[in-house]
Design a protein around this ligand. Sequence first.
Ligand code: ZN
Ligand code: ZN
Length: 722
Amino acid sequence: MNRVRVLLLNVALGPLDYRVPQGMQAAVPGSIVVAPLGPRQETGVVWDPERLETQEVGDNRLRPLLQVHDVPPLAEPLRRLIDWTSDYYLAPIGAVLRMSLPSSSALDGARTVTEYRATGRVPERLTPQRQQALDRIGERQGLVRELALAGDVSDGVIRGLVKSGAIEAVAVSIDDPFPRPDPDGHPPRLEGAQRAAAREFVTAVQDAEFAPFLLHGVTGSGKTEVYFEAVAEAIRMGRQTLVLLPEIALTEPFLKRFTTRFGCEPVAWHSGLRQSQRRRAWRAIATGDARVVVGARSALFLPYRDLGLIVVDEAHETSFKQEDGVQYHARDVAVMRGKLEKVPVILASATPAIETRHMAEIGVYKEMKLPDRFGVAEMPDIAAIDLIQDPPPRGRWLAPILVGELKANLERGEQSLLFLNRRGYAPLTLCRACGHRFQCPNCTAWMVEHRLVSRLACHHCGHMMPPPRACPECQEVDSLVPVGPGVERIADEVLALFPDARTAIVTSDTIWSPAKAAEFVGRMEAGAIDIVVGTQLVTKGYHFPNLTLVGVVDADLGLSGGDLRAAERSFQQISQVSGRAGRGEKPGRVFVQTHEPAAPVIAALVSGDAEGFYEAETEARRGAAMPPFGRLAGIIVSSEELGEATEAARLIGRTAPRVENMAVFGPAPAPLAMLRGRHRQRLLVHASRSLPVQDIIREWLSKLDWPRGVRVAVDVDPYSFL
Ligand SMILES: [Zn+2]
Ligand SMILES: [Zn+2]
């Protein structure tokens, strides 16, 4: 009797036992299989039976597996990573497994797929729907479903356009091999500390043992060039490298640098891939053909055949923390994967997180420092502008000193960057007559005006509406006024000050794909932009030698939230954006607008005393037993019914176990008391480092019951306190 335990992708189901029928190829642990479930077929993975408990079912009642997919089985280290992630983050194991198998088409044998694209021919009958579809699809190519989504029309409209000849079918071969990067393409000339760090990394790759590193270097110190040497060594050894980047928009500058060094692009993995690209990449990763993979955090769980190195670039970025579904931190899971795969892990950052610094301090991570900027570039000077002493004129946001600097920079023909981490035109719209404020109907949040698309939008749930002419409260016409600035409003102000300046707004609204990022980079490099106004999207990764002036419009903005990491995050963000200035031969200058020039964050930035700042922050955390010196876990209880949510949260609070060195705070309404139509209550667990806090929470919640409409999510090591 050949019995196997199968973990199904269907999260609602537990693991189930099946029989391997005679004649079927061996179903070893890790094999990806098709299993029957009632009348349906489910995809699953054969799991190590001792790792998963299930109800005993007699041999005679087992149903046979239907198929073993002809792809490599998930290797043992990846299976253990999935176990660990599920355990540590209190997530259903099926949900974690899904991240390893995000493409069902990757499992099929077919080698071509039919995609569609516009032919440029105008159909005989051009309905508004068809027109809209063709407008929005543009040059895009993809499956019928993908084009329908892009065009915001039904599948039927796309099929109609195919019949009319306006869209044509193309057979795409999806499993073409990827080009092989050449490890000896264009090696850079490394100096001093760079050479020492590169040598250390190369040795670690050769040793093929778990070795966590912190690569700590100021912006522009050549961190990428240094870890590229480790990547080159992994390529020489025929092993795979995974490079994690915090956001898709950063992929573009990375691809360019990679291509310059290695002669071809690496394999990219991100949410913007078409289904056929996703399949091709997944299969190349699973067979080992993809030598270097660069991706967002979701690339972390892919089934690499022979991983030799992991790099986490911009490792301090909080976007490595996933906030929905499985709430994991990709930086921490990357280190765990390195441990299980027995490979070195390099965390690269100019402003490492306090958690990471601490690991280096206690000797768990080996710290490699790069103190200088690469080549001739110098670190930029940072000066504060006191908005109380030097205020902008009424209704404006740029202080006279900053305006003067912008003017001088324009006259010199150099580029400037204004940073404000706020999308849209204005964060709040109100009625001048009655004071009515526009709030999202689904969330505890103001509607943000986006003037470029003339919409009011909620940044939490995506709810949108056209700005009404009349106030919905008092019916007064043309009475709505924007309050406060977003990047679009700053761009307006720049235009009013310098009508001839060429500006660009860079936010996730304007740069939503690698192609858009490439276009922006191209225009910057060609000198077609004088002043960039951008959110945190422009603060990292980019290298523009002619960008010499950075203005931080509101340095106090990040501090207003007041959570545990607010000061640290502000420091990182302003350091990062400052690092964009003066990366070539010309020196850079940075001006930081603030109402509180004496605040520790601002003072540290101006004096350049990063170490002093981090020391003070670290001591404050140590004193309050906050991470990394203590542990936190959030418990978020939500329901569409206010009463249900409150009651379930109270029940959880009431039954909190009394454990020494652990305190439970709340429940209390979350700061975002309503999100996507759900009422939210929060509890916060604060425990000492040594407590097995996950086990305690698991045990505690497993005994409780709540109505079906209530959702209870545990956020281990939380980054968001909303
Ligand atoms: Zn009104
Ligand atoms: Zn909303």
